[in-house]
Design a protein around this ligand. Structure first.
Ligand code: NCD
Length: 313
C-alpha cells in the first residue's frame, strides 16, 4: 500500500480519507505483532519527536513517548510548558518554530481549539494534534475506532452509545466522525444531560455521512440495544461555574447491575481518566470492560503506527 501519510499532519479527523484510516489500521496490526514478538525495533533511529503539552496528560503523553522509543526514535518530552520560555512570555509561534529546528515531528496538546492546526501552518514538518481544547482528539478517536473494529471484526451495523459530556468532550467529537466515516449502517445514541449535548456542527457532519442517531438523557433506556457503551468524564476544566460542574459530574454512573439486559458482546469504553465515578469500580475487572486493557494497548500500537507512517516513506 502506498504511504499517503508520509509527512502529513494529523490535526483533524476530517482530513483523513477512509483509505488513510485503513492504512493506519493495517500498520497498527503490524505494530501489535512487532511489540508482542520483539518489543520494538530501530526503524526511527535518528528521528526526534517533540511532545509539547500545554495541558495535563497522562496516557496521551506517555504513550506517544513510549511509541517513539519502541521504534528507536528520540524524544523531547515536555509534559507541561512550565520551566520553558513560555513562562517568560515567548509566543506560541516562536516556541513551535524553535522545536521544529530540533525535531522531525511535533505532537501538540493545547487548551485552545485550533492551536495544533495553527502550529502546522508555522512549520514544514508533520504536526499531530494530541487534543485541542473542546475541539478534537484525532489519535484517541483512531485507536478507539480500531478497538471497536477489532472486537466486532468490523464496524457495520453497530449501535454505539456515547455518554456524558458530549458538548465539551473532544474524544467523542472526533470518535463520532471517524466511526461515521468508516462504518456502514452504524447508529449512535447520544446520551447526555440537556445542557451537555453533542454540538450541532458535529451532528450535521454525522448526518451528512448518512449515519443516524438519537438523543436522550436516559442511559438505562439505551443499554440493552447498544454494542458499545462509551462513557466520558464531565470536563471540569471547561466550566466557568463550578457549582454547575458539581451538579453534573455524577449524572451518569455505570454499574455492573445496570448491564443485566446488555448484549452479550457489549464493550464498555472510556478514554480515561475516570474522575467522578462515571464507571463504578466493579466494572474495572469485568470482561466487557476494555478501558484499562485493550483500549490502552491499542493506543500505543496506533501511535507507533502513526509515527512510522508520517516519518518514513
Ligand atoms: C481525554 C482528553 O484529554 O480529552 N483523555 C485522554 O487523552 N485519554 C479525555 C478526558 O480527559 O476526559
Amino acid at each position: 500500500m502506498k504511504n499517503s501519510l508520509f509527512r502529513k499532519d494529523i490535526v483533524t479527523v476530517e482530513s483523513l480519507t477512509t483509505e488513510d484510516v485503513e492504512l493506519i489500521f493495517e500498520k497498527t496490526r503490524e505494530m501489535e505483532r512487532l511489540v508482542k514478538e520483539k518489543g520494538g525495533d530501530d526503524r526511527l533511529k535518528g528521528k526526534i519527536m517533540a511532545a509539547l503539552f500545554y495541558e495535563p496528560s497522562t496516557r496521551t503523553f506517555s504513550s506517544f513517548i513510549a511509541a517513539m522509543q519502541k521504534l528507536g526514535g528520540g524524544i523531547i518530552p515536555l509534559n507541561g510548558m512550565k520551566n520553558t520560555s513560555v513562562e517568560k512570555g515567548e509566543s506560541f509561534k516562536h516556541t513551535i518554530q524553535v522545536f521544529s529546528r530540533y525535531a522531525d515531528c511535533l505532537v501538540v496538546r493545547h487548551p485552545e481549539p485550533g492551536m495544533p492546526a495553527m502550529a502546522a501552518g508555522y512549520v514544514d514538518m508533520p504536526v499531530i494534534n494530541a487534543g485541542d481544547g473542546i475541539n478534537e482528539h484525532p489519535t484517541q478517536a483512531l485507536f478507539d475506532t480500531y478497538t471497536i473494529h477489532k472486537h466486532f471484526a468490523g464496524l457495520d451495523n453497530l449501535k454505539v452509545a456515547l455518554v456524558g459530556d458530549l458538548k465539551n468532550g473532544r474524544t467523542v467529537h472526533s470518535l463520532s466522525q471517524v466511526l461515521a466515516k468508516m462504518g456502514k449502517n452504524l447508529f449512535f445514541h447520544f446520551v447526555s444531560p440537556a445542557v451537555l449535548k453533542m454540538p450541532e456542527e458535529i451532528k450535521k457532519i454525522i448526518k451528512s455521512s448518512g449515519t443516524n442517531f438519537s438523543e436522550t438523557d436516559n442511559l438505562s433506556s439505551v443499554i440493552s440495544e447498544s454494542d458499545v457503551i462509551y462513557m466520558t468524564r464531565v470536563q471540569k476544566e471547561r466550566f466557568t461555574d463550578i457549582t454547575e460542574y458539581e451538579r453534573l459530574k455524577s449524572f451518569y454512573m455505570l454499574e455492573k447491575k445496570m448491564l443485566n439486559n446488555a448484549k452479550k458482546r457489549v464493550i464498555i469504553m472510556h478514554p480515561l481518566p475516570i474522575a467522578a465515578g462515571e464507571i463504578s469500580n466493579d466494572l474495572d475487572t469485568d470482561l466487557r470492560s476494555v478501558y484499562l486493557k485493550e483500549q490502552l494497548s491499542n493506543g500505543l500500537y496506533l501511535r507507533m503506527a502513526l509515527l512510522d507512517l508520517i516519518l518514513r516513506r
